[in-house]
Structure formats: C-alpha cells, structure tokens
Design a protein around this ligand. Structure first.
Ligand SMILES: Cc1cc2nc3c(=O)[nH]c(=O)nc-3n(C[C@H](O)[C@H](O)[C@H](O)COP(=O)(O)OP(=O)(O)OC[C@H]3O[C@@H](n4cnc5c(N)ncnc54)[C@H](O)[C@@H]3O)c2cc1C
Length: 393
C-alpha cells in the first residue's frame, strides 16, 4: 500500500469492482471460460498498475502488506463479486499457498514457485481432503510419502482440490511419520503437476456444474509420484501446525468475503422489491413480510461484520492463538448468516432468483459449501462449546 491511505486504497478497489469486475460476471454466469480468463488478465493488469495487486502478501514479494483487519475490510469489498479475489490476485487456494511458501520454503523453492505464484504467472492447489477419509478429522490421512534416495515417493487419492484444473503445482498433505503422535504424522510437499504419476481425474460436478480453472474442484491421484527431498515445506511432521497457520488468516478473509457476498445479495434484493409491483399500486417492498426479511438480513450482516472485525483486530494485537475460539465462532456464525441472507434474496426475487440472470444462484450454489469447507459448522461449534463449558468445571 505504497503512498496511499487505506481509505483511498479501499475506494479505488471499490471502483474497480463496481465497474470492470461486475461487468465481467456475465462471462462467468454463461460459462464462457476462455473469454473470462482473457478479461480477468486485462483487469489484473489494471489492478497491478494501480498498485492494488496481492493485498495479502508482503511488499517484498510484490504484495501490499495489509494487516489482518485491513485485509478483512478489503476482502468484504472484493467479495461482492465472485471474480473480486481472482482479479486482485488473492483467491483461494493460491493466497494461502503463497503465505505458506513465504513462511516455510527455502530460497530455491521460493524462486521456483513463490515468485511466479505471487505475480499471478502460475497457479496452485492444496490437496488434503480424501474421498475415503472424513475430512473433518484431517489427522486421518491415507496419502503417504516415503523418503528414498533423496526423493519423496508419494501415493494418495484426494478430492475437492480446488483449482487443480490448470494448476502448475499442488501442495499435498501426506503421512511421512506413521509412527509419530497423531498431529505429527503429516507433512506438506510440493508436487509440480507435470510430474509423472500425478493426474487430475476430473473436475467434480458440484450442484450441476463442473466449473473450470479457478472455479472448479478436482479429484486428483498421486501414483508413485517422485519429487526431490527439498520439495518438503517446513519440517517433517509439521503439516498440521502449518495448516493451522494457513487457515488462521484465511478464515478472516473467507468470513469477510461472505459478508461482501451477503451485502451484494442484500442490495439485489432491495433493488428488486422496490420496483416489483404485485398490484397496480403496491410493490413488494411495501409488504411487511418482505420488510421483516430486509431488517433481519441487515441486522445479521451488521452483527457478523462487527464480530469478524473484532476477531481480526484481536489477531493483529494478540496473535492467532489468543483468537482461536473467536475464529471458530465467526467461521460457523458468518457462514450460517450468509446462507440465510442468500436464501431471503432468492425468495424475494421469485423465479428470477433461481435463474442465472442474476449472480444470486451462482453464489447460492458455490457458497452452500461455506458451512463445510475449512471445517464444517459442527467441528467449530464443538470446539467453541468445549472451551465455554470448561469454565464451569
Ligand atoms: C467447495 C469446497 C472446496 C474445498 N476445497 C478444498 C481444497 O482446496 N483442499 C482440500 O484439501 N479440501 C477442500 N475441501 C474439503 C473440505 O475441507 C472438506 O469437505 C471438509 O473438511 C469436510 O470433510 P468431509 O467432506 O470429508 O466431510 P466429513 O468429515 O465426512 O463430515 C460430514 C459431515 O459430518 C458432520 N460432522 C463432522 N464432524 C462432526 C462431529 N465431530 N460431530 C458432529 N457432526 C460432525 C458435518 O456436518 C460434516 O459436514 C473443499 C470442500 C468443498 C465443499
């Protein structure tokens, strides 16, 4: 954020979202993938020239070095469009992967993978979840990596590897220390996707759409994949520790992105009910039932935003460990709020709400999963409840 106040930074981003980015959504909604990719590249150039690229990354690798709470506010602006984060170079999973590489990779790996990832020249994916194992308990993994003759020999079957389609490398979570304690068995290893034995089996069809590129979730196989020993990130057995580091800031960004989505759905709902006549003299906006939904949605969004911002500020002041339970709370609370607001908006638009003529149905299809990825609601609720109940021992 060189030579710019944070409020100038935000209003510049807001202008780009409102003009260029929202206009490009029609390409996404009509699945014109190659034209969409070209348009994204053009918008990215403008964003780079405006000094807004990669707000999540440190300045020494071309980012803007925002604090966690600033990044949260920024994420709410970008979240108004499904293309916002992609255009600004801070989309999942590249954002979290770049943060991991920045923290844990040696200079050789940084040069080979981090620098091109940070500039948007290459893409990545993160392969932890497996079809055969409950992802809610990621300490149980079937994938394994054995060190022989200076190479990791990797076998595993993963799915929901977001953005695997077109990714240049995957970070796989695999068991390297089978005899260690449960939380110290897995490690993260970089696998370039052109390595023999790596295969993208398919883009999983999610609620009727296989998506493409950034907007897809892959099933991937690692069959006798061999990569050099130095492709290990951090220390052997530190995979879970590092995953926690990766998910901490990621959860603030997800929650604030969901707040951006909820605000966009809210605006679409309000604009629609104001102009939709149900009699010659009455609009939907004049109906008390609709007014209650407008008020409830607004209150829910505001409450969630205050909670998330307070959590982000706590992280900036006291670190992730101190905010661990607050992070669990905002994860399930904000995801549930989002689902409620999207649902009200779709209902208020009637048949139009379920078409692809507005962005509502895309959000609804893609973000039902907000209550599942990065830990399902129940996992976060259990963790928070245990901590609260412990005070009554
Ligand atoms: C859109 C999307 C994108 C994703 N992207 C990635 C990615 O890029 N990389 C990656 O590795 N993974 C990714 N995932 C996987 C995601 O992290 C897992 O889906 C998640 O951890 C849940 O694991 P599971 O699907 O195996 O569900 P399971 O673990 O089988 O759980 C099923 C359900 O059981 C319930 N449940 C779970 N535990 C408990 C409990 N203790 N008590 C009560 N109920 C419980 C929850 O309702 C849960 O939804 C993605 C998933 C989705 C949907």
């Amino acid at each position: 954020m060189q030579n710019k106040s944070f409020s100038d930074f935000k209003s510049h981003a807001q202008d780009i979202v409102q003009t260029d980015i929202i206009e490009a959504e029609s390409l996404l909604l009509s699945h014109q993938w190659s034209q969409l990719q070209q348009t994204i590249e053009t918008i990215r150039q403008k964003i780079k020239q405006s000094g807004l690229w990669a707000p999540h990354l440190p300045q020494d690798i071309g980012g803007q070095g925002l604090t966690v709470s600033q990044l949260g506010e920024f994420s709410a602006i970008l979240g108004q469009s499904p293309l916002g984060h992609v255009c600004f170079g801070c989309q999942a999973p590249d954002a979290g992967n770049a943060e991991l590489l920045h923290l844990y990779a040696d200079d050789r790996i940084k040069k080979q993978f981090l620098i091109p990832l940070a500039s948007g020249a290459i893409r990545s994916c993160f392969a932890m979840t497996e079809p055969a194992m409950a992802g809610s308990n990621p300490t149980r993994l079937g994938a394994s990596a054995e060190l022989k003759d200076g190479h990791w020999h990797i076998n595993g079957h993963k799915w929901f590897t977001t953005g695997a389609d077109g990714a240049d490398f995957a970070i796989i979570m695999a068991v390297t220390e089978p005899k260690a304690a449960k939380h110290q068995q897995a490690s993260m290893i970089i696998v370039p996707t052109d390595t023999p034995g790596y295969s993208l089996v398919r883009n999983i069809s999610v609620m009727g759409s296989e998506g493409d590129g950034y907007f897809s979730h892959g099933e991937v196989k690692f069959t006798d994949v061999k990569v050099p020993q130095h492709n290990l990130l951090g220390q052997r057995g530190d995979g879970f520790l590092m995953a926690q580091q990766r998910l901490g800031p990621g959860r603030i960004q997800h929650c604030m992105r969901w707040i951006g989505i909820a605000r966009r759905c809210f605006d679409i709902m309000c604009r629609h009910v104001k102009q939709r006549h149900i009699t010659d003299t009455q609009t939907l906006a004049q109906q008390p039932v609709i007014q209650v939904k407008i008020a409830d949605s607004y209150a829910a969004i505001e409450a969630a935003q205050h909670l998330v911002q307070a959590t982000a500020e706590r992280i900036d002041k006291e670190g992730y460990a101190a905010a661990r339970h607050a992070i669990s709370m905002i994860k399930f609370h904000t995801a549930q709020m989002l689902q409620q607001v999207m649902n009200h908006a779709i209902q208020a638009l009637g048949g139009l709400g379920v078409t692809d003529d507005t962005v509502l149905s895309f959000f609804y299809r893609e973000e039902r999963a907000a209550r599942i990825y990065d830990g399902p609601d129940e996992v976060h609720q259990l963790s928070l409840a245990k901590q609260l109940l412990a005070k009554f021992d």
